[in-house]
Design a protein around this ligand. Structure first.
Ligand code: SF4
Length: 424
């Protein structure tokens, strides 16, 4: 007990401080004054320390170069850019046989929150029969055997509710995969010992407001903000080597808090904040989607976010919010075939959802057949083959209009890295 009690106290104090900071932020005060007073120096220097990993998958990052308030020298070497390796994998898959670079898994569609804008959980569809832990373990093994290097453990629903998630995390690390876990954070605290034990790389927590009441309203549960911040604090204390990030869906309810969310992230020691536009097609989603005035004010808000993020050393995808593609199809480039394809996901990415059905991306989740062996599915799943042929013809499927701008920015960056003349 002599060891446990002080640890709890430390976490408890950290939670109280973090929540207090968030409240101050929400009321428009200058939170950095508090942080500087507590830490004796700008937190940006803490948040920005350490090697930068390449932006991952769906959360492609417009990396914001931190503007430190103290001189830093010498310049660190440029980080390894995963997109170069993914481009090489695309070429391998187009000209011969390799596996996907990334495996994205949704262990469950069940969730313990009721987010206003969410359409992916089983609130709106019959409950699925989920793959069990043993099958998930074999899927990770088959993927690793095929050359998969990255894994994303996401929802669907809340992955930390699923029986298979611990096995996925353990097996992934045992097979040398790197990756990230995205969670609503409400159950994160109890997973911290495992994440520390296996040396998990990165955790993203969904936070949709700098003010607790904004987040709780959007997430449909009073106290959700407190639980999620508590989870991030516990992670910081118990698994300090695990990189932390925040993911935010931008709505009319939180668009005025974007810069404060970045400040909150910095105060929690998070390395990045990914912002995504809400793709609205259900009435409850339209109710919280950005209005005309919100969109008109967006450039100014994004400018503020980038300034704050740069100053605090937090990476962010905020710049992509300005690309209001609307419901337009993902654009091709002028090059023929693969070299100009609107999206290359089907050559480097495989999604397996809770019931085992596959797709090349989250937007098209569940459209393919149930996974056989990962290798057989990757080579022969009819839906994957169809997506590849539509992309080669520069005629994406109609549902590709729903695609996230963050994904398309990432895909464009990979396409730009293909060798000149890549055509098929
Ligand atoms: S929705 Fe279409 S464009 Fe978007 S990632 Fe999926 S396949 Fe690519």
């Amino acid at each position: 007990m002599g060891v446990v009690v002080p640890g709890c106290l430390i976490v408890g104090v950290a939670v109280v401080v973090a929540v207090a900071v968030a409240v101050i932020v929400a009321r428009g005060f200058v939170v950095m004054a508090v942080i500087v007073a507590r830490h004796g120096g700008p937190l940006s220097l803490r948040a920005g320390v350490g090697p930068r990993r390449a932006a991952g998958g769906a959360g492609a990052t417009s990396s914001v170069r931190p503007r430190y308030t103290r001189p830093v020298s010498p310049e660190p070497p440029p980080p390894y850019d995963e997109r170069d390796a993914i481009a090489a994998r695309v070429v391998q898959n187009a000209t011969g046989e390799a596996g996907p670079w990334t495996l994205e898994v949704y262990p469950t569609l069940r969730c313990n929150l009721s987010c206003q804008f969410c359409d992916t959980t089983d609130r709106h569809r019959p409950a699925q029969r989920e793959l069990d832990a043993e099958r998930w373990g074999r899927i990770v093994d088959e993927a690793a055997d095929l050359g998969v290097r990255r894994i994303m453990v996401l929802g669907g629903g809340e992955p930390l509710l699923a029986a298979g998630t611990r096995e996925i995390l353990r097996r992934s690390r045992a097979r040398g995969l790197t990756g990230f876990l995205t969670t609503n954070g409400t159950r994160l605290e109890r997973f911290v010992p495992l994440l520390a034990e296996i040396g998990w790389d990165e955790v993203h927590v969904s936070i949709d407001g700098a003010a607790p009441e904004t987040h709780d309203r959007l997430r449909g549960q009073v106290g959700a903000f407190r639980q999620s911040v508590r989870g991030l604090c516990a992670l910081r204390q118990g698994a300090p080597g695990t990189r932390r990030g925040i993911h935010t869906v931008v709505t009319r309810e939180n668009v005025g808090e974007l810069a404060d969310i970045v400040r909150l992230a910095a105060s929690l020691g998070c390395a990045r904040v990914d912002f995504d536009h809400l793709i609205a097609y259900r009435p409850e989603q339209h109710r919280v989607a950005l209005g005309v005035a919100d969109r008109a004010a967006l450039p100014q808000r994004v400018e503020e976010v980038l300034e704050v993020a740069g100053r605090l050393g937090v990476e962010t995808t905020a710049a992509a919010l300005l690309d209001l593609r609307g419901a337009a199809a993902p654009p091709a480039s002028g090059a023929p075939g693969l070299g100009g394809a609107p999206c290359l996901k089907a050559w480097h990415h495989l999604v397996v959802q809770a019931d085992g059905r596959v797709s090349p991306c989250c937007v098209l989740a569940g459209e393919g057949a149930p996974v056989e062996s990962v290798g057989t599915t990757w080579r022969a799943d009819p839906f994957l083959l169809r997506v590849r042929s539509t992309m080669l013809a520069h005629a994406p499927l109609p549902r590709c209009r729903e695609c996230s701008q963050n994904i398309l920015v990432h895909e464009r960056a990979i396409r730009d890295r293909l060798p000149a003349g890549t055509a098929s």
